[in-house]
Write a protein of this length. Structure first.
Length: 147
């Protein structure tokens, strides 16, 4: 989906009879706000854009992948977080993410000002996916959340 500022969100889930087989969840921040360059007052006065038009913002894509078939202990976690386009940047995540967890993360992390004003009381109702992080991954720096 394309957001109002030009950023893009990708949600790809693959299921089979046994449950979740794979997912790719990505956020690609808007690399260029052409309209902002043409009419900056429009954005500077609008709270929805407060977090993205700051001069010190560097756009970096982020992605959450879940792929048990590619699992390799200490190299390729089943569920992991990737920052930027670095081939081997795989930070273990405790489990696959539901759409709610992913969208909530993107809104809080990248659109915090409007999130606090309009969405902070959102609550997910779907059950989380089972934990997949190994003991070794859990001992290292990793991302985790309570279910």
């Amino acid at each position: 989906m394309k957001l109002v500022d030009g950023a893009m969100i990708q949600l790809r889930y693959r299921f089979n009879a046994g449950g979740l087989k794979k997912h790719v969840l990505a956020f690609y921040p808007s690399p260029d706000l052409l309209e902002f360059q043409n009419d900056p007052e429009l954005y500077e006065n609008e709270i929805l854009y407060a977090d993205i038009v700051s001069k010190d913002v560097v756009t970096t894509p982020v992605r959450f992948d879940f792929d048990p078939e590619a699992f390799e202990e200490r190299v390729h976690p089943m569920s992991h977080f990737t920052i930027g386009q670095y081939k081997n940047c795989r930070i273990a995540v405790s489990s696959a993410l539901t759409p709610f967890r992913f969208i909530n993360f993107i809104l809080r992390a990248f659109f915090n000002t409007p999130y606090l004003e309009h969405c902070s009381d959102m609550v997910g109702s779907a059950a989380d996916f089972p934990r997949t992080a190994t003991d070794d991954e859990s001992r290292e720096l990793h991302l985790s959340f309570s279910t």
